[in-house]
Every structure is written in C-alpha cells, then in structure tokens.
Design a protein. Structure first.
Length: 129
C-alpha cells in the first residue's frame, strides 16, 4: 500500500471529521478499498500509541473522527462499512476516555483499558515495523 494516502488520511483526521469524498479518493490512491485503508489507519494509530509516538488524546481524536465520518455519512453503506478491526481500535480508545464507577480514583483508564486492548489487537494483527 502506498503510504502517502494513509498519512494524508491521518493528517485530515487529526483536524476534522474526514470528508467522505476524501476518504474514497484516498482509498483509490492507495489502490485498496475503504475498509482496508481504515484498518491500516487503525493499526497505524494503535501501533504509534503503543510505541509512545502518538499521545492518547491524538489517537483518540483520530479514531473519533473516523467513527464520526462513518456514522454520519449519507453515502450508501456499501461504500462505508465500519470494518470490525477499525471499530475495535475505536472502542479501545473510547474505553480510555473515562473512569468507571468501580475504578479507584487513582486508576488511569488509558492504562487499564486502552493499552491492553490495543496490545491484544496488535498481537492478532501485527504490522511490519
């Protein structure tokens, strides 16, 4: 896969909800479907967070941008299915956004929920380093 469309998608998602036409064009530039591009984005974000190259807040923002794009789209669902892996990475970041009532006050939800979920996903779907 051409890395330039993936980086462009990350750059857009760091700023705003990704416009659907941009997502479709970037997938075409990457010579893949939107699902593959979104899964690659999600794995890249997960790996960057785990490696310490991407703060939680930025990874969370990217995944929220992608989620918003897919949920708010007026495009037919055959263009923009939410890939399972992308949804799992989104949920992992979402889990780190808040402390549960049963958590002690000193519990960091990112460390308790997000990091283990992403480590499991990266073990199941390794990216070349």
């Amino acid at each position: 896969m051409n890395a330039a469309p993936l980086q462009r998608l990350i750059d857009i998602a760091l700023q705003q909800e990704v416009p659907v036409p941009d997502l479709l064009a970037l997938a075409e530039q990457a010579s893949c479907g939107t699902s593959e591009l979104l899964d690659q984005l999600s794995l890249h974000v997960a790996r960057a967070f785990i490696d310490g190259a991407l703060p939680f807040e930025r990874g969370d923002f990217i995944m929220n941008s992608v989620f918003s794009t897919l949920c708010a789209s007026d495009f037919p669902s055959n263009y923009l299915d939410m890939p399972d892996l992308t949804y799992e990475v989104y949920l992992a970041f979402d889990s780190g956004e808040y402390r549960r009532p049963e958590d002690a006050p000193d519990v960091d939800p990112v460390e308790k929920y997000t990091r283990p979920m992403l480590l499991r996903l990266l073990e199941e779907h390794p990216l070349p380093r």
